[in-house]
Design a binder for this molecule. Structure first.
Ligand code: SF4
Length: 337
């Protein structure tokens, strides 16, 4: 019999489990993935690329105006280590579960190109004086005066901008297409922002009364460099020197979103409310329902979910065949130890 990995009395919430909870709200996918621990057999890590870019930027933005090794070099080293480990882990598996060599080769070139272009664009960010580097944190989630879970995650960094002498949270994002419209409602950066100020004040990094004014969303578009020549205005040119009709979207975008004191409470309340719902679903007092949409065909649980709809236990055989079981919070528990 398969038991729940997640203990409702020691409930852990992370940014990715929260995101899965919201994606299929009310959330069958979250339940299978984060409560039961089902992990796709043939997927090394869906977040592989983004993690590498974050690691590279984490080693770049050191305290103050110090900067570490070029992020493209850090990414290349990280990529090599990671692919070696994936190869070792997958070597004894059926070829069906082997790694896609071409995909990893392309991701290496893509990451290096993105990070070389990033440094060409922003240099050493001389106006950013970093006051807190990337690091994991763990905080209690409280509802009605009781601790109902622990929220564990990692923020990307906090810096003082020398141009306006205000403090901002940095939130690095990689995306195939950069979308800005939702950022004022973004809860991922929002909850980091809501927590970072009090954590840093309690550690004496921020003085009493010092606030983090907002979030700088630092987007890197997943794209390789466009090698065509450019004119003085930055427009790409055709071979004959005329301005090309095909101008790519910006590869790097920074968007500053200020947040108000009221939003801090909204963020904390929303996290506690979501955890309360999760806890009810794990304990069986709230039903685990599904959000069936046409996006379901992209869900790793699509087949098992269809079988589950038909009733009976056949869906369990599909889960057993296509998934392994592991603790999805292992990485966080290790970094918090
Ligand atoms: S297939 Fe759709 S309804 Fe089923 S778990 Fe996935 S997202 Fe939810």
């Amino acid at each position: 019999m398969v038991t729940q990995i997640l203990d409702p009395n020691e409930l852990i919430v992370t940014t990715s489990s929260r995101s899965a909870f919201r994606r299929c709200p009310l959330p069958q996918k979250w339940y299978w993935q984060y409560v039961m621990g089902y992990k796709e057999k043939n997927v090394a890590d869906a977040l592989f690329f983004g993690i590498g870019i974050h690691e590279a930027l984490a080693e770049w933005y050191l305290l103050g105006r110090k900067r570490g090794p070029h992020p493209a070099d850090t990414f290349a080293k990280w990529h090599g280590d990671e692919v070696r480990e994936i190869r070792a882990n997958y070597a004894d598996r059926d070829s069906e579960y082997g790694i896609d060599e071409a995909k990893y080769e392309n991701s290496l070139d893509l990451g290096i190109s993105m990070l070389e272009g990033y440094i060409d664009e922003y240099g050493r960010d001389p106006d950013w004086s970093v006051i807190a580097i990337e690091r994991p944190f763990k905080v209690r989630v409280i509802k009605d005066g009781k601790v109902i879970a622990y929220f564990m995650s990692t923020w990307d960094g906090v810096y003082r901008d020398r141009r306006d002498d205000r403090i901002y949270l940095m939130e690095h994002k990689t995306a195939a297409q950069i979308q800005l419209a939702y950022l004022e409602l973004d809860d991922q950066g929002g909850i980091y922002w809501a927590l970072a100020g009090s954590i840093l004040r309690s550690e004496g990094v921020l003085k009493e009364g010092e606030e983090i004014a907002g979030i700088t969303y630092n987007f890197l578009r997943k794209s390789v460099a466009d090698e065509r020549p450019r004119n003085a205005g930055g427009e790409y040119l055709n071979k004959n020197g005329t301005v090309s009709k095909k101008q790519p979207p910006d590869r790097y975008v920074r968007e500053l979103v200020e947040r108000s004191a009221r939003e801090r409470k909204t963020q904390m309340d929303r996290l506690a409310d979501e955890v309360w719902l999760m806890k009810g679903m794990i304990e069986g007092t709230i039903p685990v329902t599904k959000n069936t949409t046409k996006e379901c065909s992209f869900c790793p649980f699509f087949l098992s979910c269809k079988m589950h709809e038909r009733g009976g236990n056949a869906y369990k055989s599909v889960l057993k065949a296509d998934f392994t079981i592991s603790n999805p919070f292992d990485r966080y528990l290790k970094s918090a130890a």
